[in-house]
Design a protein around this ligand. Structure first.
Ligand code: FUB
Length: 464
């Protein structure tokens, strides 16, 4: 059975008005925080529907790739690849690019939406929606893939026992949760209070154990997520347009039954006006919610519905087990530890940027590209220590130009201007520049200057 997923844009009028009013208020107050925002956390590409994995001291966010969606008024959700970004300090994020794409990595599926990761026995699993028409699984030996479909078909379809009957169900937005006793549960569904389903997974994580069980959630729209805190199971989800597509939650002392409505985790994000999708995770004892909004497209005057960006905030559980409503911020998350500049850092790791893009690098990973005069990246909270720096190394390729190293404020005078010599694109060479001593903790801006388009590409950097 084909299950369509159709966003009814007109239902969002009310939220549009609220957001317009908040922008007018910000302008009135002279607040330009959206313009200079740290968030979204990856402003150089359109990503949405995050799923979070905490793995070996890093947070990996797997996202629907909105760059797959055509631009313009006649666009639609056509995402067929999944992009991963990761961070160990929650401020500087590394772009790992596409880690899974269909149909190359799962031949039966034309789409891959809204992934959720899980890990067991050294393997990493990604669960994804084939649009609203079924749920697939992909598997890899590490968080960056390559992820491949190990079963050659949908893991859950409309013929999986317990999924039907359902009225106009969107069969998507899977979230796989492994309980403390090792039992894995996958939550999914959309478009109707009675359309929440949970199904047990076998230990192999690629087959189901028994039928799907129906749950009911008030105003349920999409974006199922499960987290557990102090023995309480929290099922969170996006509410429907009538309820302003907030993230609401139900709680229970059991992962598959007994849920009662708990309240609101977070309201409709600013600069969004449309669907909402959360990933909730704990990292270093702080609870985070990753979600998307539409800030970059709105600021760029690009039709924003299918062009979303990932944001991040923290929230708390109250002592009585309820959740304190999260505040959406543009720079509210604290940095968890400083970045060590004496280790090689990928150039595609940054806190903010202007003008740059990333691409697959022949050396592995990604590199910065599309660099033009005046573009920059900002690396936040870099600890140069007491002894300080002597040199700066950069692995670069391309026409040439300069890298200006600027500390703390982009308007400051560069402490070094490093000349990048000409080479062929993707013919990488490392240049080493003598620089003056930098000590202590700074935000580092690497600003690129030169004549013409596509000055050079940039793979990694390191101070000595
Ligand atoms: O990205 C397509 C759909 O939009 C997701 O599956 C939903 O959760 C909503 O965010």
């Amino acid at each position: 059975m084909r299950v369509p997923y159709d966003l009814k844009k007109n239902n969002y009028l009310r939220m549009k008005i609220i957001n317009r009013l908040s922008i007018i208020l910000l302008l009135f107050l002279g607040v330009s925080q959206y313009v200079s925002a740290d968030y979204p956390i990856a402003s150089h590409r359109y990503l949405a529907d995050p799923g979070a994995l905490v793995y070996n001291g890093r947070v990996y966010l797997y996202c629907s790739n909105d760059d797959d969606n055509p631009s313009g008024e006649r666009s639609s959700y056509e995402m067929h690849s999944i992009v991963c970004i990761s961070s160990s300090d929650m401020k500087n994020w590394t772009d790992h690019g596409v880690v899974f794409q269909v149909p190359q990595d799962a031949s039966w599926a034309p789409k891959s939406w809204a992934p959720s990761p899980a890990t067991r026995d050294g393997k990493v699993f990604l669960y994804f929606g084939n649009g609203g028409n079924g749920i697939g699984v992909a598997m890899a030996n590490n968080p960056l893939g390559p992820f491949k479909d190990p079963i050659g078909k949908a893991l859950v379809s409309s013929s999986t026992p317990g999924v039907m009957p359902a009225r106009n169900m969107w069969l998507f937005d899977p979230m796989t949760f492994i309980d403390d006793d090792g039992q894995a549960y996958m939550y999914f569904g959309g478009n109707g209070d009675d359309n929440v389903r949970v199904i047990k997974l076998n230990k192999d994580m690629i087959s189901v154990d028994g039928p799907a069980i129906q749950l009911t959630a008030k105003n349920f729209f999409e974006a199922s997520w499960m987290h557990k805190n102090n023995g309480i199971y929290y099922f969170s989800y996006s509410s429907n347009p009538r309820a302003e597509m907030r993230i609401d939650y139900m709680k229970s002392d059991n992962p598959i039954s007994g849920f009662t409505y708990g309240g609101i985790v977070s309201k409709q994000p600013p600069m969004n006006d449309n669907n909402n999708h959360q990933a909730i995770f704990r990292f270093n004892d702080v609870w985070y919610q990753a979600y998307h909004n539409r800030i970059v497209a709105k600021q760029a005057h690009v039709p924003p519905v299918y062009k979303r960006n990932i944001c991040l905030d923290t929230f708390r559980h109250n002592a009585d087990g309820t959740i304190e409503i999260m505040t959406n911020t543009v720079d509210g998350v604290k940095q968890v530890g400083y970045l060590n500049p004496y280790q090689r850092t990928e150039a595609e790791t940054f806190n903010a940027q202007s003008g740059i893009k990333t691409e697959v690098c022949v050396n592995g990973g990604m590199n910065l590209c599309n660099i033009e005069n005046g573009d920059w990246i900002k690396i936040k909270g870099v600890d140069f220590g007491k002894t300080g720096t002597k040199s700066f190394s950069a692995c670069v390729a391309g026409n040439g130009g300069t890298i200006e190293i600027i500390l703390d404020n982009p308007a400051n005078k560069p402490i070094a201007t490093c000349k990048v010599t000409n080479s062929e694109i993707q013919k990488w060479h490392t240049e080493i520049y003598k620089i003056s001593k930098i000590t202590g903790v700074h935000d580092v801006f690497l600003k690129f200057t030169g004549k013409g388009a596509n000055l050079f590409n940039f793979d990694w950097w390191k101070f000595s």
